[in-house]
Design a protein around this ligand. Structure first.
Ligand code: UDP
Ligand code: MG
Length: 312
């Protein structure tokens, strides 16, 4: 007997959930045929939804004892939802899947085969197209992955989704990373393990709307940098050093010029520009240090990653 836990983070997914449930049931029935002795557990994480998501989940649970749920006391974000899902799952394998069917359940049998028969610890998915996404968002997303992969030791796949199946060993490794500021894509890469990648075409969500906007994604990307590299701190130091050397050369130059040509007062506009420029760089670098300090501050508080209000 083998148990597969399907973790589904849900935030205001009332319209999508019934469609999702129908689809996932079809996949589970199909998999029962191909993998004898396989059992399922459906774990919905209600991330403080403001609509009737929890009622819908409870309705599903009334008719299907494979359904379980954890309901948060407020909205903690998808990262916390994933953590709660992994923590409360019992399966030998765990898969994380969105409720909006953007993560096609039809890939699941192949993904399951990769971790059971082909010797992988994890099977993950990435979209090969960014169709239906604003071009400006795609542009910045691409830049983000480029810079991230260059500045850190991690290899984060461009277009990687959170849709992923893992063995219990890998799940435990991810759960051991108890940081409060969670950037799961970085965590997966950091814990290592052998991962098989599946590509698929991007598709629109079946119902409801996306919870992301440009600003949220931008803040999330900072989370990624601060969480997995201290390179910005080194870069700030190097910039500071560079300007120190430059100013030393300029001082020597100005002293010699004054000794030779006297001291005519000139160059005020350029002086103001330089002061503003350096002031800007200083503030920027203090901001970078502040980002790390802020994250450290939040980590040292040791707050829980999520708070459950109800669990079944
Ligand atoms: N989600 C969540 N908490 C949040 C935001 C989103 O649990 O605060 C869930 C959401 O219900 C969905 C998944 O995370 O199942 C992905 O969200 P969404 O479809 O909005 O993101 P996108 O697919 O556009 O990246
Ligand atoms: Mg989606």
């Amino acid at each position: 007997m083998s148990l597969l836990s399907i973790v589904v983070p849900c935030y205001n997914e009332e319209p999508a959930l019934p469609i999702f449930y129908e689809e996932i049931c079809r996949t589970m029935d199909e998999m029962k045929g191909t993998f004898p002795g396989l059992d399922f557990e459906l774990l919905f994480i209600d991330d403080g939804s403001k609509d009737k998501t929890l009622e819908v989940i409870k309705g599903l649970r009334a008719n299907d004892d494979r359904v379980h749920f954890v309901s948060f006391s407020r909205n903690f974000g998808k990262e916390s939802g994933i953590y709660a899902g992994l923590e409360n799952s019992h399966g030998d394998h765990v898969v994380i899947m969105d409720a909006d069917l953007q993560d096609p359940p039809s890939l699941l049998p192949d993904m399951y085969r990769a971790v059971t028969e082909e010797g992988y610890d994890s099977a993950a998915t990435r979209r090969v197209t960014r169709k239906g996404e604003p071009p400006i968002r795609s542009f910045f997303a691409r830049r983000f992955y480029r810079i991230m992969n260059r500045m850190t030791d991690l290899q984060i796949m461009d277009g990687a989704r959170d849709y992923r199946i893992m063995t219990r060993t890998m799940v435990d490794a991810v759960l051991d990373m108890k940081e409060f500021n969670r950037f799961t894509k970085g965590i997966y890469s950091w814990v290592g393990f052998k991962t098989k990648w599946f590509d698929y075409e991007n598709r629109e969500r079946v119902a409801g709307e996306t919870k992301w906007n440009f600003w949220k994604l931008f803040l999330y990307s900072i989370e990624g940098f601060v969480g997995f590299t201290t390179a910005p701190l080194t870069i700030s130091t190097l910039i500071g050093l560079m300007f120190m050397v430059l100013s030393f050369v300029m001082i020597v130059f100005i002293i010699i010029r004054t000794l030779i040509y006297g001291d005519p007062t000139s160059g005020w506009p350029s002086m103001i520009c330089i002061i503003l420029f350096l002031g800007g760089i200083q503030l920027f670098c203090i901001g970078v240090v502040g980002q790390y300090l802020a994250k450290t501050y939040l980590e040292t508080k040791g707050r829980p990653i999520y708070i459950a209000r109800e669990k079944e």
